[in-house]
Design a protein around this ligand. Structure first.
Ligand SMILES: *Cc1c(COP(=O)(O)O)cnc(C)c1O
Length: 356
């Protein structure tokens, strides 16, 4: 039996997607060749890339004037590329919120190229909430935030009005999990391995008109314009990751799209958080209003027999429940493909544990 997979990333993918992707590894499009051994410039693979881009645009209702790219290097390379493409060469200055490990890493990279102003931070509270009440300055090159903090289990429920300042967001761990208004953002990026496909690709949605304005000489691969011009085929793309992402987006569309999955994700989050709050053996780590619908973090109470709990959830077929070392305890990652039934299995184990 397949495990109930709460892995924080790489994430659970729909069984249909894994099945179809495994077939394509053996014989893609009846070519008697594997997906991973044909030219990325063949019409068969170009059709995959085109469909992945078209589905992303359709599902997120991406307006005219934006490009969708599939790049390599993970979200971590985007920390670098964002700064290269948007920070002025002379007197570069950007504003960041520091809401977790990934945000901190993004700030570190920006500091190599200019000033990275930390507008607001929850670091002193081990990132257990989303800072609010700051305003985005108008004299910075861009503003950068992280929509979902995978490690700490917090999620931005609202985004600040940046009043004309470019708005950049790392949506790695909640892309396609809830409806967003893409027009409110100038650049969105997401490593696909958290919520949309096998590791290897990063999706970028960028407003074309914001590019080419920094006076900086950008290395070819790091320049978004390079990839826009070549339809993400400047160099060999991560073909399997793009294909798996395309299949996952097909699956999402067939399910009814982002608004439908958002409701399911809400139901899953309600189920786990109600139990965390009710159960006398556990306590949630994130501020209630900022709790992530993707990653639910909770700690055992003092004196709880965690060895017993670990044994119980493993016996129930649950995988990937250990919290990140910087928070400890448990983290239930409930990405799009995780069924509600898996969350119910976890809740049942938590209840059985409480009754011991
Ligand atoms: C996992 C993660 C990253 C890092 O992604 P890579 O693709 O491994 O570089 C960045 N940001 C967030 C929010 C993440 O969850």
């Amino acid at each position: 039996m397949k495990k109930h997979n709460f892995s924080a990333g790489p994430c659970i993918l729909p069984p249909e997607v894994l099945h179809e992707a495994s077939q394509a590894l053996l014989n893609f499009d009846d070519l008697d060749l594997s997906l991973v051994e044909i030219s990325h410039r063949s019409k068969n693979f170009v059709a995959v890339m085109d469909e992945a881009v078209a589905l992303a645009k359709e599902l997120l209702k991406v307006p005219e004037g934006y490009s969708v790219l599939f790049l390599q290097g993970g979200a971590s390379l985007q920390f670098v590329m964002v700064a290269f493409n948007l920070m002025n060469y002379e007197g570069g200055r950007a504003a960041y919120t520091n809401t977790g490990t990934w945000a901190s890493n993004a700030i570190k990279e920006a500091k190599r190229l200019g000033e990275a102003l930390v507008l607001a931070s929850s670091e002193e509270d081990n990132f257990n909430h989303i800072p609010k009440g700051y305003s985005v300055p108008s004299d910075v090159d861009y503003f950068h935030c992280t929509s979902n903090n995978t490690i700490f289990g917090t999620q931005m429920k609202d985004f600040p009005n940046t009043d004309g300042t470019l708005m950049v967001c790392d949506m790695s761990s909640d892309i396609f999990s809830r409806t967003i208004n893409v027009a409110d953002f100038d650049l969105i990026y997401a490593g696909v391995q958290k919520n949309m496909g096998p590791a290897g690709a990063t999706m970028v949605i960028v407003k074309d008109e914001i590019l080419g304005k920094t006076g900086r000489d950008i290395p070819a691969y790091l320049n978004y314009a390079t990839h826009i011009k070549k339809d993400s085929m400047f160099n060999t793309p991560p073909v399997f990751s793009v294909y798996g992402s395309m299949l996952t987006l097909r699956w999402l569309k067939a399910k009814g799209g982002v608004a439908t999955i958002e409701k399911e994700n809400q139901a899953k989050a309600d189920l786990i958080y109600n139990e965390v709050d009710r159960n006398s053996k556990f306590v949630g780590t994130a501020a209630k209003e900022d709790r992530s619908n993707m990653n639910a973090c909770f700690l055992p109470v003092e004196g709880a027999d965690t060895a017993k709990f670990d044994e119980m959830w493993k016996a129930a077929g649950i995988n990937g429940l250990n919290g990140h070392r910087s928070v400890g305890g448990y983290r239930a990652s409930m990405y799009n493909a995780l069924p509600l039934e898996s969350v119910q299995v976890l809740v049942d184990v938590m209840q059985a544990f409480e009754k011991l």
